[in-house]
Design a protein around this ligand. Structure first.
Ligand SMILES: *Cc1c(COP(=O)(O)O)cnc(C)c1O
Length: 380
């Protein structure tokens, strides 16, 4: 079914071909979305396709594509797609943890994790947290069943040494999941760094057009992944065929988008570094960034998100208002640049003037000019 699975060439070639089935005369290269609640199933009810909550051929192609990017050339790796990143995250946590288990989460991770924490605690799971930076999660690992890493963290862009944390967790018998949303599989491959699960929101740069919610889990085939699959079936947190197909179509341009957006993000970070009103500038690809050394060891590309702080909330609001090429919007990773004052949500421990900027695919000189003009115009 999947002829490109063991292709080991460049990322661009792999992205363009990812998950495509063997060509069939008079059929499209990427088969269209299969809309089916159930499949014809006479006799014994065995797969591959029985009921639409359990399997769908459009997911199969997309899962193959993501697997080829997350774990190129690795056998025995399975990918499951979900309705959203949170569906994927919850499916790993709630399928692996029982009352009395201990889980270690990042204290500076995605803003919904505190809600997840409360739910886990309501089910009798002990939750410990520690910051991503400085590998601080190492200090609270004893007795843990699962370690949850988010590197780079969102929105603070801290990075931890994934391999080091994986070794420490495995030595204690704990499984490790890495939220790979910000890096994308072209930026970082958690399974190669030893993790058991790479989990991500496909809503962000993976699909990159701001029109799809999606999530996935990639992991080595075995009991933990079987439990994740069972959880998807139980909660029914499945992507629609149209979303799955759109995601697959978008992955063909992943390498192009990532190259362009990430290169511009570095230029933007370098330009912002020159500005006196900008403090707390973070971009893991920026030499001199506190995360750069560790990031350079384990990441192949550093993402499209730059974060920084302007002196006041009012200044940040005026800056966002003055931008013409950057939409004031949440989320990140899209081809159109977006930025927001993160403190408006109340969930992250960030200063009032903290801005998370997601660099899009516009011409770098246009974007830089817009950002610098907006900084000038928003000055007191
Ligand atoms: C957006 C995001 C999620 C959640 O993904 P959804 O698709 O919105 O459910 C999880 N982790 C990180 C790091 C994210 O940025």
């Amino acid at each position: 079914m999947n002829v490109s699975g063991h292709f080991t060439g460049g990322d661009g070639t792999r992205a363009v071909r990812a998950g495509l089935p063997e060509p069939v005369k008079y059929e499209p290269t990427l088969p269209g979305p299969v809309f089916a609640a159930h499949f014809h199933l006479p006799g014994e009810p065995t797969g591959p396709y029985t009921y639409g909550r359990d399997e769908n051929p459009t997911w199969t192609h997309l899962e193959a594509a993501i697997g080829e990017l997350e774990a190129p050339g690795q056998d025995g790796v399975e990918t499951l797609v979900f309705a959203s990143g949170m569906a994927a995250i919850s499916s790993v946590l709630f399928s692996q943890l029982r009352a009395g288990d201990v889980v270690v989460l990042p204290s500076d991770g995605y803003q919904v994790l505190p809600l997840v924490r409360a739910q886990l605690e309501a089910y009798g799971v002990e939750v410990r947290t520690a910051p991503t930076g400085g590998d601080a999660q190492l200090d609270v690992l004893d007795g843990a069943k699962l370690l949850w890493i988010e590197s780079p963290s969102n929105p603070g862009l801290d990075v931890c040494d994934i391999r080091r944390l994986v070794e420490a967790a495995h030595a204690r018998g704990a499984l490790v999941a890495v939220d790979n949303t910000l890096a994308t599989p072209l930026g970082q491959r958690p399974l190669e760094l030893g993790a058991d699960f790479s989990v991500a929101s496909g809503t962000k740069q993976l699909t990159g057009h701001g029109d799809v919610l999606l999530g996935y889990v990639t992991g080595r085939a075995g009991e933990p992944m079987t439990a994740v699959r069972r959880w998807r079936k139980i909660v029914g947190a499945i992507p629609g065929p149209m979303e799955a197909w759109l995601a697959h179509r978008s992955i063909a341009t992943l390498q192009l988008r990532v190259e362009r957006q990430n290169a511009t993000a570095l230029l933007v970070a370098e330009a912002l570094r020159q500005r006196p009103e900008v403090t707390g500038l973070r971009y893991p690809g920026l030499p001199g960034d506190p995360s750069h050394k560790v990031a350079a060891q384990q990441m192949r590309r550093f993402g499209c998100v730059v974060s920084f702080t302007l002196p006041t909330r009012a200044r940040a609001d005026r800056f966002l208002e003055a931008l013409r090429l950057v939409d004031d919007a949440t989320s990140f990773g899209g081809v159109r640049s977006t930025a927001e004052r993160r403190g408006r949500w109340g969930g992250d421990a960030v200063p009032e003037g903290f801005v998370r900027l997601s660099v899009g695919a516009e011409d770098p000189e246009d974007l830089l000019a817009d950002l610098l003009r907006a900084l000038d115009e928003s000055a007191d």
